[in-house]
Design a protein around this ligand. Structure first.
Ligand SMILES: Nc1ncnc2c1ncn2[C@@H]1O[C@H](COP(=O)(O)OP(=O)(O)OP(=O)(O)O)[C@@H](O)[C@H]1O
Ligand SMILES: [Mg+2]
Length: 264
């Protein structure tokens, strides 16, 4: 499928998206260039998922547009999907859909093959599925078990494999650490960050500290953009308070987002 390090740019231009009359994101302009890790921070309801879905072409803007590698993908998931892999927030949670890791990853590859037969003409399905499951660190013993017998961290790795199997230059992950225990979170955050050495990886998280050491660009979002750039420039207490209010506190020299408790 060619080189892993490929062109990967996302340009969001004056983007406004609403659900009915409620504006979810308003006048957002951002530009990301890969490889590297982009971390989108903001409280519940800030519009993080909405922004990611717009990059995937899943939502039609009221105003503005999203370009992925120069292609306008606004409202066009068929165009975005060629370049962007997606790990959604709380995938299939609660449904217990009976599926194995192998089936989930293979079905994703077959879907891409059907959409872009020429791009995938030289790809061998079984090898691609196996190498992607290996890449995400899932032991062979688990490949043909129920997805639901796996730990939260392993399951999240399978979902990353599903998004990676067509080797997209851009990877979008919505709250990938949310259903994972503390030890699993550390290694998963490290794994996701490592992927950003070759790809543009865009991630949202309520555990920003785990990603910050690897982050190239941080975005502070609360409907509007309150800051975007290098973490040390953007993550000031002043900016964090604009977005998180009193939940933003200073721990030594680092800004910390507390879990709803106001530290005094
Ligand atoms: N399908 C929908 N229909 C109607 N309103 C929606 C829909 N999805 C999101 N919203 C609203 O849009 C706003 C932004 O939601 P969004 O899910 O993008 O926020 P978020 O930052 O991802 O939040 P969280 O941290 O809880 O995941 C919220 O006010 C939410 O209620
Ligand atoms: Mg969300």
């Amino acid at each position: 499928m060619g080189e892993d390090v490929r062109k990967s740019t996302v340009s969001i231009e004056e983007l406004t998206i609403s659900y009915g009359s409620d504006l979810a994101v308003e006048d957002v302009t951002l530009r990301f260039e890969g490889p590297g890790l982009v971390l989108i921070l903001g409280p519940n309801g800030a519009g993080k998922t909405t922004l990611l879905k717009a990059i995937l072409g899943l939502l039609s803007p009221v105003k503005g547009r999203v370009l992925v590698n120069g292609v306008d993908v606004s409202g066009r998931p068929d165009k975005a999907g060629r370049y962007v892999g997606y790990v959604p927030q709380l995938f299939l949670a609660g449904s217990r859909y009976p599926v194995t890791p192998w089936e989930l990853v293979e079905s994703s590859l077959l879907l891409y093959r059907r959409r872009w037969p020429r791009v995938f003409a030289g790809v061998r399905d079984r090898e691609s599925v196996a190498s992607t499951l290996k890449l995400v660190g899932l032991h062979k013993d688990s490949w043909f078990k129920s997805l639901w017998s796996l730990s939260g961290g392993q399951r999240q790795r399978v979902l990353i494999a599903r998004a990676l199997v067509h080797n997209p230059p851009i990877l979008v992950l919505d709250e990938p650490l949310s259903a994972v225990d503390p030890a699993g979170k550390v290694s998963l955050a490290r794994f996701i960050s490592k992927l950003s050495s070759a790809k543009l990886v865009i991630v949202t998280s309520h555990d920003p500290t785990l990603f910050l050491p690897y982050t190239k660009t941080v975005v502070l979002l609360n409907k509007r953009v309150y800051g975007a750039g290098r973490p040390e420039e953007v993550l000031t207490l002043e900016n964090a308070r604009l977005v998180y209010g009193d939940a933003a506190v200073l721990v030594r020299e680092y800004v910390h987002i507390s879990n709803g408790h106001i530290h005094t």
